[in-house]
Design a protein around this ligand. Structure first.
Ligand code: ZN
Length: 222
């Protein structure tokens, strides 16, 4: 399991970089291991060029609990560790956290234009709300505090002037939610340029909300 997750983090780092969701050193990725500890990307490395042995294991207090290897002995966990740990503490249901700097989502947060969740059906059903958390200094406890309550009810959020935070039951799910956040932000950006405000009509939206409720019910643990 751990080796598979290490390989998946490498792959997701590469996709994040290739899709321009991060510049080389930016972004961070983590996964919850079966024993409750957290496998996480190190600070300072190019996330498009990670190797499986670069990743570090910490406990929920942020203390390193792995045996360092030749690749990661000199490395430290990402400076965004407090934010990742906060997400795992608030959401016992999730297994993965992905943080990136997608440009359209960040630009809209600076412009204070919300990423509308009522433009296309996929977002309404599969993602729901995409709230923006108030600006906080990156890599600080303040940042962990900024997401504390919002992450309880949402799988994707935007950190004002900074980036995205998406969570999921797998690394791929958290990554796919990042893709959906940025594609929604791109749409909202285009709508702003076109000066068009044309959400899905309320009656149609209600049907989609029902679909989402159904989807969430089927995902609840029995
Ligand atoms: Zn960041």
């Amino acid at each position: 399991m751990e080796q598979r997750l290490r390989a998946e983090i490498v792959e997701i780092g590469r996709m994040m970089y290739n899709k321009s969701y991060i510049s080389g050193g930016e972004g961070n990725i983590s996964a919850r291991l079966p024993d409750g500890s957290i496998l996480i990307t190190p600070s300072g490395l190019h996330k498009g060029l990670l190797k499986p042995d670069d990743m570090i294991i910490v406990n929920l207090d942020g203390e390193r609990v792995d045996t360092p290897n030749a690749h990661n002995a000199q490395l430290k966990p990402t400076s965004e560790l407090p934010m990742h740990l906060e997400a795992f503490k608030q959401r016992s249901d999730i297994l993965a956290v992905v943080h990136a700097h997608p440009a359209h989502a960040v630009a809209l947060s600076i412009a204070q234009i919300p990423i509308a969740d009522d433009l296309v059906p996929e977002v309404v059903v599969f993602l729901g709300r995409i709230p923006v958390t108030p600006y906080a200094t990156p890599s600080s406890e303040e940042n962990a505090h900024a997401i504390r309550t919002t992450i309880r009810d949402c799988d994707a959020l935007v950190l004002e002037r900074h980036g995205s935070l998406t969570v999921g039951n797998s690394l791929m799910e958290a990554f796919m939610r990042l893709e959906m956040v940025e594609s929604s932000a791109r749409l909202a950006y285009m709508m702003a340029l076109l000066e068009v405000d044309r959400p899905i009509p309320v009656a149609q939206l209600q049907k989609l909300h029902k679909q989402r409720e159904q989807l969430l019910r089927t995902k609840l643990p029995v």
